[in-house]
Design a protein around this ligand. Structure first.
Ligand SMILES: *Cc1c(COP(=O)(O)O)cnc(C)c1O
Length: 383
């Protein structure tokens, strides 16, 4: 099969990032590796397989279908926590397979009890508390009722966790809101333990909270973006490196995205290149066509803006990004041939194209650019 591009994920870089994360964990805190959104575009199965080789044994997914993929494709199965969507029969499946899931309303609590009874098993549930994100979770005044139901159904519910999620721990501008969330979570958690329950895990920290509010670690953290070698945002990166007075390149990007030159052309001065009038050749030029476009996740807003690497040199994207192709100015490369490697993200010789450079140019944030990389681009593990 011909694949128009390939995504590589680096073992060394992941090991580096995991070391960085683990160093920041208090003793006894468990790492739950967040792999929603196809492992932030890195490839769910490939990333999880690699992370397991690096000693990670617990993964947080968004929905039941991702948990299902993991359960059915890995030789040894890690612990899995469905943080968001799981409904109906999928709840039954999760209980049967020992997959943990979040419970953020009474409907889901009821269905967990129902299937727990039917299977005569214990559903491993994480109770989510709503502390200010205004997304999902139980309000403080619902906790008594939640605990009443937990108490009535001790045989069929295992309280695996109590958790919440912060609404923007990456920005100091949200400090007031996050501090209120921390207090509200503590109060809710106390209420549950005062009623005699001892959850296995207490968790609230994502990547940004781990760095900016390390006191929120509880005994488990849910870390996504840091593992992949990205900072939650520029502010967190600056704050961290200034506070700690450390080397700013502590994290290593694990993803690279590569393709090949598909076609080369000479173009005369005064010609428009590509659709419409987006680019006018100001001189005689040589251009290369590359088989990746916005349908592959290469944003159209990078038209006339971004660069790629060919033969160890920067080469600008010219004209509009098409559905399936890009045009590159290679006038400065005498030696270029069809089939030459093109780096869209990653390193070649001593040059690099960072994901950060994309987000600076287009306002598309790391998280979005990565998780939009299509599922059908092959992912391969490299050293
Ligand atoms: C995405 C997500 C995380 C991880 O966030 P990062 O910023 O990538 O670390 C943690 N918890 C929940 C509930 C999430 O949805």
């Amino acid at each position: 099969m011909y694949e128009s591009s390939t995504i590589e994920i680096s073992r060394n870089a992941l090991q580096n990032n995991l070391r960085f994360i683990r160093k920041r964990l208090n003793q006894g805190v468990r790492l739950c590796s967040v792999v929603k959104g196809n492992a932030y575009g890195h490839g769910l199965l490939e990333f999880v397989g690699l992370a397991m080789e690096c000693g990670v044994d617990y993964f947080g997914v968004h929905a039941a279908d991702e948990a299902y993929l993991l359960k059915n494709n890995l030789k040894t199965c890690p612990d899995i926590f469905i943080m968001g969507a799981v409904e109906g029969e999928a709840v039954k499946w999760a209980i049967l397979e020992g997959v943990e899931f979040s419970v953020f309303d009474f409907d889901r609590l009821e269905i967990a009890v129902l299937y727990g009874k039917e299977l005569n098993m214990k559903a491993k549930i994480h109770i989510e508390l709503e502390t200010g994100m205004r997304r999902t979770g139980f309000a403080e005044n619902e906790i008594d009722e939640v605990c009443r139901i937990l108490d009535l159904n001790k045989e069929h519910l295992l309280l695996q966790g109590v958790f919440t999620h912060f609404a923007g721990a990456e920005s100091q501008a949200n400090q007031f809101r996050i501090s209120a969330q921390i207090l509200s979570f503590e109060a809710g958690y106390q209420k549950i333990t005062n009623l005699g329950f001892q959850p296995v895990y207490k968790h609230s920290a994502c990547s940004a909270a781990l760095l900016n509010y390390p006191e929120t670690q509880g005994n488990m953290v849910r870390v996504g973006i840091l593992q992949y070698g990205f900072w939650p945002n520029k502010e967190t990166h600056l704050r961290y490196t200034i506070d700690k007075n450390t080397n700013p390149e502590l994290l290593k990007r694990i993803i690279s995205w590569k393709t090949k030159v598909m076609s080369i052309k000479e173009v005369r001065k005064g010609s428009f290149i590509g659709y419409g009038t987006a680019y006018l050749a100001q001189k005689n030029m040589k251009i290369a066509i590359v088989p990746v476009g916005y349908s592959h996740g290469y944003s159209r807003s990078l038209s006339n803006v971004s660069n790629v690497l060919i033969r160890g040199k920067n080469a600008p994207v010219i004209g509009t990004v098409n559905v399936n192709s890009l045009t590159i100015d290679v006038s400065h490369m005498d030696e270029i041939v069809k089939g030459d490697e093109v780096v869209l993200i990653g390193k070649q010789k001593d040059k690099a194209i960072t994901v950060k450079s994309f987000s600076e140019q287009t306002q598309v944030m790391n998280y979005e650019l990565l998780s939009r990389l299509p599922i059908n681009i092959p992912r391969v593990v490299v050293p």
